[in-house]
Design a protein around this ligand. Structure first.
Ligand SMILES: [Zn+2]
Length: 410
């Protein structure tokens, strides 16, 4: 507890504003984020008890005191820094008393009503985000490599192929499915050349034209594109779950002369594990707290565990292990980590972020060369589906299991 005298006299169940709820200070926003509107905090009084808030903050979102200095937990309220010199205060619900439902557009499975075993996803709104762009953009994105005369491996094309397989499979189970992209055409209207201004500002001093170009490209595919998809998710589709599809890779060196790696593995990510430097940005802090108050983890974690569990069975892949401090094992599955990524932070819904297969491992590269096919083919003595079908089957099975468990009355 922070011994802040202001908190002791704060009125319970009222948001005491110590500063304006006007947009935050621009200079404190991360690149391309713009001003921050903290107005959503007004709906958070009484949504969490103190112990619920602390458990989520310390256990999932800001471990190791990463939020110290910008989130001050008192006895009955929490103070949140909203700008350089501005703070807001949110009241906790009393311990053991009923909490107010959070304001959110997505529905947890427990609130969806009953469904049949054949259509366990009836009415579930699913957005599928095929990671990256692929096509002509794959080289710029650094998600491209090619072995000799072989078929090029482009992550954005592989994820789109899986997304297109998944859509009808999930619809058959009753889901309403939207793809965030259906081709390699970017969702963002920006292009590297329109982002030269912010790129130059980011680099400071007098950067070379090459550095400005590289930074503009990064802003385009890594930030602007994901922000545009987030707008689709949050303002247009308002899904109950977002599936972020990716393929993993190990260092491959020169894209035209890559090294194949021996390791092949699987993991999945839920939003969390923010660092102190990230939380210094007003927009990042606001987005983390929005996830926390919306109780997104309570749905995202078991959903991710179900999907990655089925995917592990389908693929036979072992779990990947992080040794860096930007990710942390959470929940009951060896495959699930908390990590703060732009997509799983900006999408205001439970996100299942999947990282199966090492694209530049010998077996996966071989299977990419085989292309997509129906049924099974013998690979190294074992009958296997195509890579695309195997990925889609695992995800479909995981979602079916999760919603059956929650919605089908026995
Ligand atoms: Zn990826």
């Amino acid at each position: 507890m922070h011994p802040c005298p202001l908190l002791r006299c704060a009125p319970v169940l009222a948001l005491l504003l110590l500063g304006p709820l006007a947009p935050g200070v621009f200079a404190r926003s991360s690149p391309l984020a713009g001003a921050v509107d903290w107005g959503w905090l007004r709906a958070c009084d009484g949504v969490l008890s103190r112990s619920q808030f602390v458990e989520l903050l310390d256990g999932m979102y800001a471990p190791g005191g990463a939020a110290a200095g910008c989130v001050e937990v008192g006895e009955r309220t929490v103070r949140i820094r909203t700008g350089d010199d501005t703070w807001a205060e949110v009241a906790f619900a009393s311990e053991g008393a009923p909490t107010r439902p959070p304001a959110r557009f997505w529905r947890p499975s427990a609130e969806m009503g009953a469904a049949t075993a054949e259509r366990p996803l009836k009415g579930v709104r699913v957005a599928i985000d095929p990671g990256h762009l692929g096509g002509d953009w794959a080289k710029m994105e650094g998600r491209f490599f090619k072995m000799g005369r072989g078929r090029p491996v482009q992550e954005g094309d592989l994820t789109l192929a899986v997304a297109k397989k998944l859509k009808p499979q999930l619809e058959k189970l009753g889901a309403e499915v939207q793809l965030l992209r259906t081709s390699s055409r970017p969702v963002t209207p920006e292009r590297p050349k329109t982002l030269r201004g912010p790129a130059t500002a980011e680099l400071k001093g007098s950067p070379t034209p090459e550095r400005v170009q590289t930074q503009s490209e990064l802003f385009f595919y890594r930030i602007s594109e994901i922000r545009a998809r987030a707008q689709q998710v949050n303002q247009r589709w308002k899904p109950d779950v977002v599936l972020c599809l990716h393929f993993n890779a190990e260092e491959w060196g020169e894209p035209e002369h890559p090294q194949l790696q021996p390791r092949n593995h699987l993991h999945a990510l839920v939003n969390g594990c923010y660092g102190a430097k990230e939380l210094d940005w007003d927009d990042v802090r606001s987005e983390m707290l929005a996830q926390l108050f919306e109780r997104t983890t309570a749905e995202a974690l078991p959903l991710t565990e179900a999907v990655v569990g089925a995917l592990a069975e389908e693929t036979g892949l072992p779990p990947f292990t992080y040794f860096s401090s930007n990710a942390r094992r959470v929940g009951g599955s060896a495959y699930v980590y908390a990590r703060n990524l732009l997509a799983n932070r900006l999408y205001r819904a439970p996100v299942v972020f999947l990282e199966p297969y090492v694209m530049n491992s010998e077996p996966v590269w071989k299977r990419v060369q085989m292309g997509d096919y129906a049924g099974e083919k013998i690979i190294d003595g074992v009958p296997r589906k195509s890579l695309i079908n195997e990925y889609a089957s695992g995800v479909t099975e995981g979602l079916a299991r999760y919603y059956r468990r929650a919605r089908v009355k026995s």
